[in-house]
Ligand binder design. Structure first.
Ligand code: GAL
Length: 734
């Protein structure tokens, strides 16, 4: 019987420090970091004894990722080499194992080796060295299942079908013909259908027809089935279980269709990086990111820019119904022949790792924003189609009239930032697709980036700039909704990220996110969340710090309110109140245009002038004439409470938990200009990632606690202006 045991504990880093994976080779400061500091080789070692139960079985090590160019040796013999920093390395240990004192060594090289994608040019993100995902010890019979591809077919008929490809590996001859027992299980793991076939050498193909009463996987109902394969041979029994979903996903000239229904894509790009620790956060943080994208930002798609991301992240996308655009590593630069061959292998590895995820609807098989290269991209497309005929290909470019070898023209359209009103040209949010593609007839088309470096906005920027960032996102989403030939838009980007000195604000941060690096919303986050339907959550978010003198000239008008309410009432002080309605004239296509109070909506004196007193405000949201939400704004904010919110009260051994800290006024709004730091300390089985004295940035900060054992972690948070706060988080054994 196969066992897959977590092998992440007890590694020796650089010959001295005992570490647990995920691990980053060099922890970095939040900003002004030196990206050269991790660009060198590092060693990881592990000692272990052979378990007698492994006798007669095959033993493998799987590292879910190693950045980069890893070489794995066991007892001095090299057993695997893997250049790609984003897909797993599987190393067969069987022949080199000894009974006692096995010595495993992994050398990773953080150098930006120009022979390996994404390196060779400039890259606007960091590739933090280390064994930054989990490791596994796999013990399985000599005849075993290597991989499984599940291809659901005929989605929209009454009867469904499944094509299965079972890849087996034999390290021994079988005395009898190995048999495969195939079961399809529903979401409760109850069998739906079962079948039995002989296993061929290598690949066994099997069709399952006439499945009835199948529930489709959808963004609102992400119903997951599983296939369980049991392989029986004279070498023993091997069992593998994989989840999948029945769904159809197709980009057409008139938009994207999920299960035959037109669905406008509303997405953001995600980098998998975190402050201090780079890529090296495990299951809980990966899952949380997916949940933030789906439940807080209310997106229906995430683009994994610009590389394959964690399986934990993708699994969660499957579970919660978040569509995924996944792509190979790269950034503008295309290298020489060896580099290209490695990129082709990246296509293979990405698809073979991820082909069963129903959330993935398109493969990105171009190097992000690279120039056309017919031969190279013929090869990437051909391979993707051969491996997975069920999904369309895309390839992200920023130039027009590009050679289309993919199924979908996926375009970074930064036009909104490119045309300045002072040049007397009208600003446009997006170009019509014909202007980009140069083709007279519409083709499947998706906008994969916009905004970003065209309008970098720090969480600590002024209210005016933060509101303008939100407006720019609203404008592009509106344009995408208004053009039936645009399948949707995926903005740059979900959260700020550390980057090289060639990009960003000099502080090694691209402040392009609608959230900051802790995943704390800027106003622009609400441009997305406010597009959800009220039954999924009422959103009422004004883009203001509500002060007389924060903006130039003074006052809070025009006041942008992002909401899915029918209308709002803005009350100023006791006497002035005004109703406001969605700005449908300016945003004709948005499901929920924002409400904008303009200067003309109020009489000259109604909100007071510079030199008169400043009043508190209240915004009330109404749906079907019923008052459903209230947002209070106070005239004289004072530090009143310190919110300390861990993402979870109970976490698993080895996991990390994010804790958000917010300095709030009397009515629960953040104090954006309270600059005094918070001090954090802990006792219990954990370590604080990053510093213990944290500046508040726009009224909040965050931290991750990495568990180091099981038991209770007590977290103490102090700030001179608030009463101290204590939180307890329990770490449970897995
Ligand atoms: C794009 C690129 C992204 C990011 C973005 C910033 O050109 O694809 O990775 O750099 O610009 O706006």
């Amino acid at each position: 019987m196969r066992t897959e045991q977590c092998f992440s504990d007890g590694w020796i880093f650089e010959g001295i420090e005992e570490v647990c994976l995920p691990h980053t080779a060099v922890e970095l400061p939040f900003s002004y970091l030196d990206e050269a500091s991790y660009q060198r080789p590092f060693s990881y070692e592990k000692h272990f004894d052979k378990d007698p139960t492994w006798e007669g079985q095959e033993v493998f090590l799987r590292l879910d990722a190693a950045m980069a160019n890893a070489r794995v040796s066991l007892n001095g013999v090299e057993i695997a080499a893997h250049a790609d920093g984003y897909t797993p390395i599987t190393a067969r240990m069987t022949d080199v194992l000894v009974d006692e004192g096995n010595h495993l060594e992994v050398i990773v090289d953080g150098t930006e080796n120009p022979d390996i994608p994404p390196f060779g040019g400039q890259i606007d993100y960091l590739t933090y060295a280390g064994l930054y995902r989990d490791a596994w010890l796999i013990v399985r019979p000599k005849i075993a299942i290597e991989n499984l591809k599940i291809e659901p077919g005929s989605f929209l008929d009454d009867k469904q079908s499944l094509e299965l490809n079972v890849f087996t590996t034999r390290y021994a001859d079988s005395e009898n013909t190995p048999r495969l027992f195939i079961e399809v299980l529903d979401a409760n793991l109850e069998p739906v259908v079962a079948q039995e076939v002989d296993a061929a050498q290598g690949l066994t193909h099997c069709s399952i027809e006439n499945l009835e009463d199948i529930v489709l996987w959808d963004v609102d109902n992400p119903y997951l089935y599983s296939v369980r394969i049991t392989l029986k041979s004279s070498a023993g029994t091997d069992v593998v279980e994989e989840r999948f979903g029945f769904r159809s996903a197709e980009f057409k000239p008139d938009g994207f269709y999920l299960n035959g229904r037109n669905l406008k894509i509303r997405g953001l790009n995600r980098h998998q990086s975190f402050p201090y620790i780079g890529y090296a956060l495990g299951k809980a943080a990966q899952e949380k990111d997916a949940e933030i994208l789906k439940n807080e930002l209310r997106l229906n798609l995430v683009r994994c820019s610009h590389y394959p991301q964690s399986k934990y992240f993708l699994d969660r996308c499957d579970e919660i119904g978040l569509l995924v655009f996944e792509e190979i590593p790269g950034w503008q630069h295309i290298g020489g022949d060896a580099w290209k061959s490695e990129a082709i292998e990246n296509v293979r590895r990405m698809i073979q790792r991820d082909w069963n995820h129903p959330s993935i609807i398109i493969w990105g098989v171009r190097i992000n924003e690279s120039q056309d290269d017919g031969d190279f991209y013929q090869r990437t497309n051909a391979l993707a189609r051969e491996l997975d005929p069920t999904r369309q290909t895309g390839g992200v470019r920023y130039h027009t009239n590009s050679q289309l070898l993919e199924d979908v023209y996926t375009m970074n359209d930064f036009i909104l930032g490119e045309v300045e009103p002072e040049r007397n040209e009208p600003q446009r949010a997006l170009r019509p697709q014909a202007e980009v593609t140069g083709k007279e007839v519409p083709i499947p088309y998706l906008v994969t980036e916009y905004n970003g470096h065209m309008y970098p906005t720090k969480a600590t920027d002024s209210e005016h700039r933060l509101a303008e960032q939100a407006l720019r996102h609203l404008e592009v989403i509106d344009a995408a909704f208004g053009d039936p030939n645009i399948s949707g838009c995926v903005g740059w980007c979900a959260w700020d990220y550390n980057t090289h000195a060639d990009f960003g604000s000099g502080d090694r941060i691209c402040h392009h996110g609608v959230m900051d690096m802790f995943r704390e919303p800027k106003f622009a986050a609400y441009a997305y969340s406010s597009q959800c339907e009220p039954q999924d959550g009422i959103i009422l978010k004004p883009a203001t710090y509500w002060a007389r003198g924060e903006r130039s000239i003074g006052g809070v008008l025009p006041l942008l309110i992002m909401t899915n309410c029918d209308f709002v009432e803005l009350q100023y002080g006791e006497t002035t109140s005004q109703l406001g309605y969605p700005a449908r004239d300016r945003f004709p296509n948005l499901p929920h245009p924002p409400i904008i109070f303009e200067t003309r909506d109020f009489g000259a004196q109604q909100l007071g002038m510079w030199g008169t007193d400043w009043q508190s405000g209240t915004i009330r949201g109404f749906l079907n004439n019923e008052h459903v939400a209230t947002f209070n704004l106070v005239r004289n904010p004072l530090p009143t409470s310190l919110d300390v919110i861990p993402d979870a009260g109970v976490i698993s051994e080895r996991d990390a938990v994010r804790v958000m800290i917010r300095a709030l006024d009397q009515v629960g709004n953040k104090l954006p200009y309270l600059l005094d730091p918070v001090k954090v300390s802990i006792d219990g089985p954990a370590r604080i990632l990053g510093p213990r004295i944290l500046p508040l940035r726009a009224g909040s900060t965050g931290l991750w606690l990495q568990s180091t054992g099981v038991g209770k972690i007590n977290l103490y948070v102090r700030h001179d202006r608030f009463a101290p706060v204590e939180r307890t988080i329990t770490v449970q054994q897995t």
